[in-house]
Design a protein around this ligand. Structure first.
Ligand SMILES: [Zn+2]
Length: 391
């Protein structure tokens, strides 16, 4: 069971932190206090100059007291009620709000971990809490108050996003039943592709589009007998061979195209910069070829992100860029909407599913094996690899 493990790991981490004499949080605080001492020294009123030694001594004493107090609270774990007995009521109230906020943020992170959905970059929450604590410790109350309010608002919004992602996730859990539609996955044109197409036709299979499959799953249209969906991922230049054979057999297929962009150093996809990166490896269909396929009436063009990253392993904002911006770029190149998506490496998480749905994709294919398609699983459709197993 992975969940208790995660919790233990977290608990151990915080225990480690409390044992440290000086946390990194306190370093900026020290720097800030030192800065205010220097400021006081830089512009003293005439009467203060005489008392300079005293001033420095008393500021140093306050500083030592603050550090000692912070150490004591770290080591002995002072409770909220002990803070409440402090004379600085104003600060105590803010500190109380901060503690509630920290607990809420911790719960949110735990919920993210439990649901295996990432809404916020993990370090962002810690960074912002640290910034608030630094201001609280330094007595910058108005700054701390503003930061607390803004963090509260963001946390509310993140919680909503997590809720939405969960709804999207649960709606894609496959249900009983469904229809049997093998979706074949290819990358390069198989050497025996001509024979494969002959085999499918001889066995009575009918090639369909993702749009036909979606309509059947929604119950608005019926499919021909023995439907099959042929798909090619990545848009390798070699797939022009597949296209010529598809045309020979008058069969339809779906090609999932990588746009290509900065994050993959313009080394892959239809926008690959051949002149600048001649040694990138595989050749890809260029936009003219993709448009030629699109206009052929046989090929449906689907999206396969900008840079072909494993979406399950990147931040939500990166996923947003890869999915939403990727779709827009493809649509700009083709001049019409793109409704079908394939997950690079078959990788996705709850955030991915929420974004794919938000982008308006009507179907999405994975690399998990299987040939039963359901409406609930329309954004996580399985595929198969061997056409010769179809009879
Ligand atoms: Zn791929």
């Amino acid at each position: 069971m992975p969940k208790p493990k995660k919790r233990n790991h977290r608990a151990k981490k915080s225990a480690d932190r409390s044992e440290k004499p000086l946390s990194p949080l306190e370093i900026p605080e020290l720097a800030e206090t030192t800065a205010s001492v220097q400021k006081a020294l830089a512009a003293p009123a005439p009467y203060q100059i005489r008392n300079l030694g005293k001033l420095v001594a008393s500021l140093a004493a306050v500083l030592i007291f603050l550090v000692a107090f912070e150490l004591a609270s770290d080591i002995h774990g002072l409770t909220n009620s002990q803070f409440d007995s402090s004379p600085a009521n104003h600060k105590t109230t803010l500190r109380g709000q901060f503690q509630t906020l920290s607990q809420d943020a911790k719960k949110f992170k735990e919920a993210e971990a439990d649901d295996e959905i990432q809404i916020v970059r993990p370090d962002l929450i810690d960074t912002r809490l640290s910034a608030i604590k630094t201001n609280l410790d330094a007595g910058n109350n108005s700054q701390a108050r503003t930061q607390i309010t803004s963090f509260k608002n963001d946390l509310t919004s993140w919680e909503q996003q997590l809720g939405n992602a969960l709804v999207a996730h649960s709606s894609t859990v496959p249900t009983e039943g469904g229809i049997q539609v093998p979706i074949l996955i290819y990358h390069y044109t198989p050497p025996d592709f001509d024979a494969i197409l002959s085999h499918l036709q001889a066995a009575g299979y009918h090639d369909i589009t993702p749009e036909q499959l979606a309509a059947a799953l929604h119950g608005t249209a019926s499919l021909p007998t023995k439907p099959v969906l042929l798909t090619f991922d990545d848009g390798f230049a070699n797939q022009m061979t597949a296209f010529r054979l598809l045309r020979k057999h008058n069969m339809k297929a779906t090609f999932y195209i990588i746009d290509g962009g900065q994050h993959s150093r313009w080394c892959i996809g239809a926008s690959r910069h051949y002149d600048q990166h001649p040694g990138c490896g595989d050749a890809y269909l260029n936009w003219d070829e993709v448009r030629q396929l699109d206009r052929s009436g046989l090929i449906t063009i689907g999206a396969h992100t900008i840079d072909h990253e494993n979406l399950a392993t990147v931040t939500p904002s990166e996923q947003h860029y890869q999915i939403i911006d990727g779709k827009q770029e493809l649509e700009k190149q083709l001049g019409h909407p793109v409704k079908d998506f394939a997950y690079p490496y078959g990788g996705y998480n709850g955030t991915t599913l929420a974004l794919v749905q938000q982008a308006g994709f009507e179907t999405a294919v994975t690399t998990k094996p299987g040939d039963i398609q359901t409406l609930a699983g329309i954004l996580t459709m399985p595929r198969i690899r061997d056409a010769m197993t179809l009879h």
